[in-house]
Design a protein around this ligand. Structure first.
Ligand code: PEP
Ligand code: MN
Length: 338
């Protein structure tokens, strides 16, 4: 249940109403907007009489929420959530965030070269995998903590904040020390123990949609993180499994406006894993920006033919530079900036 309060509601009146509601055994979360305060009730609200709540002087509207996710729900938080990554970079505002870098960190030289190249083309966040969840146990598994160290040095070199994927709660201290955004990969979207632990950290979480998960399941995973204490969740659509085999996955572009409608959280798109083919990354990126994405996360490699992971979908720095020019034009057409 969501209770929107009147603009003039005084703090004491809000506290009294919250206490009255808590007596029903529900958790009351208060969100203070610029003009109004919204109370979000989580738990079994069946014993609460909506008409009685409406009688309260400070209550403007009472809405029953049918969706099982509450704190990720836009009804709970009508304004877009904007997540600050550094002093001058945020995700979810008018400016579209561009995250770019290799699938995997392979060496200090490689990550430095890619970081410098993507920065000069306009990327504002560096991506790079260090712990790789590969389908085959025989495939390159990533440089692990050494890879994170190389990422941190590339950050020192370029000033780009970094995003990297965590696969296990055991590594949380390491990620807290090294990265600016912690990525949860598609394969771990429903690793609920990991999500609950990430709810206890202060860093923003880039949560990727599982390739066989519905939008509601995706938002319930965000709910796990938020309800455990971390509200800084960025949703990432990265393609889902369909009957189509030409592409690696099928980019569910309609998920972007649906997620924006249902949730206040920022939504970014990964056109690289969605398509699996480098020349599809540009049209899918442009379509994602046109559809309202708040950011893109794109794989870029200085030598895709020799990449240890996902070379076929990686852009060269030159291709990425061309793409950025077009992204800027599409962003302008939909009144956004890059
Ligand atoms: C990745 O970003 O490198 C990755 C493994 O992505 P996903 O979890 O979407 O497959
Ligand atoms: Mn990859």
């Amino acid at each position: 249940m969501i209770i929107v309060l009147k603009e003039n509601a005084a703090k004491q009146q809000i506290d009294d109403l919250s206490n009255q509601l808590s007596d029903y055994g529900v958790k009351v979360h208060s969100i203070e907007g610029t003009e109004t305060t919204v109370l979000g009730l989580v738990g079994d609200t069946s014993a609460i009489d909506v008409e009685t709540i409406r009688l309260n002087d400070i209550v403007d509207k009472v809405m029953k929420v049918s969706e099982p996710y509450k704190r990720a729900n836009r009804k709970f938080h009508p304004n877009n959530t904007v997540i600050d990554i550094s002093d001058d970079i945020s995700i979810g505002g008018n400016k579209i965030a561009i995250m770019a870098g290799p699938c995997s960190v392979e060496s200090q030289e490689q990550i430095n070269a890619v970081a410098k190249a993507v920065k000069s083309s306009g990327a504002t966040i560096l991506r790079g995998g260090a712990f790789k969840p590969r389908s085959s146990p025989y495939a390159f598994q990533g440089l692990k903590s050494e890879g994170l160290l190389y990422m941190k040095q590339a950050k020192q070199l370029t000033g780009l904040p970094i995003v990297s994927e965590i696969t296990n709660p055991y590594y949380i201290d390491l990620f807290n020390e090294y990265v600016d955004i912690i990525q949860v990969g598609a394969r771990n979207m429903q690793n609920f123990e990991l999500l609950k632990e990430l709810g206890k950290v202060k860093k923003p979480i880039l949560l990727k949609r599982g390739f066989s998960n519905t939008i509601e399941e995706f938002l319930m995973s965000a709910e796990y993180i938020i309800s455990s204490g971390n509200e800084r969740v960025i949703l990432c659509e990265r393609g889902i499994r369909t009957f189509e085999t030409y592409t690696r996955n099928t980019l569910d572009l309609s998920a972007v406006p649906v997620l924006k409608k249902m949730s206040h959280l920022p939504v970014v798109v990964d056109p690289s894993h969605a398509s699996g083919i480098y020349w599809l990354v540009e049209p899918m990126s442009l379509a994602a920006v046109a559809a309202g994405a708040d950011g893109l996360i794109i794989e870029v490699h200085n030598n895709p033919k020799c990449a240890l992971c996902d070379g076929a979908q990686s852009l060269t720095p030159e291709n990425f530079d061309d793409l950025m020019k077009k992204v800027k034009l599409v962003a302008k057409a939909v009144s956004r900036e890059v």
